[in-house]
Design a protein around this ligand. Structure first.
Ligand SMILES: Cc1cc2nc3c(=O)[nH]c(=O)nc-3n(C[C@H](O)[C@H](O)[C@H](O)COP(=O)(O)OP(=O)(O)OC[C@H]3O[C@@H](n4cnc5c(N)ncnc54)[C@H](O)[C@@H]3O)c2cc1C
Length: 467
């Protein structure tokens, strides 16, 4: 029987990064993945394919609607080859997952393909079809991720009533896509199909979209996406979803208890994700699972069994790839006897719609609830030369800082490339910068980043220069 210092179950951004860090730290490491390809949700049916389709559909929309503004004329009709777009997405995924296989090889990590299940706290049985083998591991990291959640009355047929996984590989562009849930995944995929010509209706239970983000971001994104043609129905509680032939009917009640129906040819159910532990047989190792199906962990991401850890979507916290990866590194370093730390307040959240939405730290709502006195500085993208040059004038940067100390407490952005811009805010907050520190830093001109400096100036003393 093969023996390892560490076995990692699951090869998503949590698991594969944990395995690399363990190997870097000199531990004999194995990774177990039930699918033939490595990379988990993120690389196969999450972050990477959704971004590939967002980029492709953005080019298409630009060609259709914006090239002319730039003096670019295309003779003849612009045609969409949807099959090719999906094939390109698959090729991007393929290239990326092969990269993970290369990294496993480079770091001398043994890859086992098959379902990993605990026999006890130090033995894992791996089953692949008829073949079964058992390995011994001094430490195990559970990184089994998550699956799409649904509502109890919805029957996901995965043909017309879809999760994000199927929505990333459709054979045709929907005529009318009804999206249940105005969170990150619903909005990103809704925007993809809106650009490709679908009518898109987003039905959201809460009174605003992206409800966990700053409400100014919800408002701005909804305003811009409405302009782009997406229809929004907030404060609508979906009560039934049915399918007849090619028609899907979504029934909801609005805030006045009035019944509303939406008829489409496809329905995307994007109401969140749930932790995945099926088939893991955690009970054989004595590992505790919470009522909500998560693996229960302490601050060191250690389960109730001391040599078993868990990371990523299967434990509490934001379901984000970079959060999973940070946790993978943390656990590897803890096993190696180091004392690493993650500041969960500084894990940025991003929506890759266009305009993009990005946030770090506390929202205005959270500061109000916690009764923390703060100052707010906001700068609109439309006042930037860079935004006018590219034609991306929607959005803003908002900086919230402590009223007394000026320490930056939260940064919230909507606009072009803010998914990348948010890194400046994370760096500043990691070093506990004040708004004035950012305001005094030189920002290259012309860049979108100038909005960060200007918002910091506005927060410092209401002295933005260009508005
Ligand atoms: C459409 C979509 C878009 C997204 N976009 C983004 C984004 O832009 N940015 C971002 O940060 N996050 C994004 N996410 C979320 C991100 O994908 C997840 O947070 C991330 O993948 C979690 O990583 P993980 O390692 O915890 O688990 P996963 O990536 O889910 O990986 C878990 C792996 O474990 C395997 N596994 C499970 N059980 C077993 C077992 N018993 N034996 C062997 N293998 C097992 C699974 O097959 C899977 O490969 C997106 C998600 C979706 C669905």
């Amino acid at each position: 029987m093969s023996k390892y210092d560490v076995a990692v179950i699951g090869s998503g951004p949590g698991g594969y990064v944990a395995a690399i860090r363990c190997a870097q730290l000199g531990m004999k490491t194995a990774i177990i993945e039930k699918y033939d390809v490595l990379g988990g949700t993120c690389l196969n049916v999450g972050c990477i394919p959704s971004k590939a389709l967002l980029d492709s559909s953005h080019h298409y929309e630009d060609a259709l609607k914006h090239f002319e503004d730039h003096g670019i004329e295309i003779p003849g009709d612009i045609k969409l080859n949807f099959k090719k777009m999906i094939e390109r997405k698959a090729a991007v995924v393929d290239q990326t997952t092969k990269g993970i296989a290369f990294l496993m090889d480079k770091n001398k990590i043994d890859v086992f393909t098959g379902m990993g299940a605990f026999k006890d706290a130090t033995h894992i049985e791996i089953t692949n079809g008829e073949k079964t083998e058992t390995i011994e591991a001094t430490n195990t990291i559970i990184a089994t991720g998550s699956k799409p959640a649904s509502l109890p009355f919805i029957k996901l047929d995965k043909d017309r009533i879809l999760t994000s996984t199927e929505a990333l590989s459709l054979k045709e562009v929907p005529k009318h896509l009804v999206v249940i849930g105005g969170g990150v995944i619903g909005l990103e995929l809704g925007q993809v199909y809106n650009r490709l010509g679908s009518e898109v209706s987003v039905v959201e239970y809460m009174d605003r979209i992206i409800p966990t983000m700053d409400s100014a971001q919800s408002k701005e994104l909804m305003k811009v996406m409405k302009k782009q043609g997406v229809k929004f129905y907030v404060s609508h509680k979906v009560s039934a979803v049915s399918k007849k032939g090619k028609e899907v009917t979504v029934t909801a009640t609005d805030k006045n208890d009035k019944e509303v129906t939406f008829k489409g040819d496809y329905c995307l159910v994007s109401v969140g994700r749930k932790p995945y532990t099926e088939g893991l047989k955690a009970e054989n190792a004595g590992v505790k699972i919470t009522e909500r199906g998560m693996i229960d962990v302490n601050d060191h991401l250690q389960t109730n069994i001391k040599n078993i850890y868990a990371i990523g979507d299967v434990v509490r916290g934001a379901m984000l790839a970079h959060k999973a990866s940070e946790e993978g590194v943390l656990v590897a370093e803890i096993i190696a006897g180091q004392k690493p730390h993650i500041d969960y307040n500084l894990i940025p959240g991003v929506v890759y719609t266009w305009p993009e939405v990005a946030s770090v730290g506390k929202t205005e709502e959270q500061l109000k609830d916690a009764k923390i006195e703060y100052k707010s500085g906001q700068f609109p993208m439309r006042a930037l030369g860079r935004s006018r040059a590219s034609g991306d004038t929607d959005g803003f940067v908002k900086i919230l800082s402590d009223k007394k100390t000026d320490e930056v407490l939260g940064v919230h952005m909507v606009g072009a490339r803010v998914a990348d811009l948010i890194a400046e805010a994370v760096t500043a907050m990691e070093f506990r910068a004040s708004a004035e520190d950012i305001a005094r830093m030189s920002h290259a001109h012309p860049t979108y980043a100038e909005a960060v400096k200007e918002a910091a100036l506005a927060a410092t003393d209401d002295r933005a220069l260009h508005i």
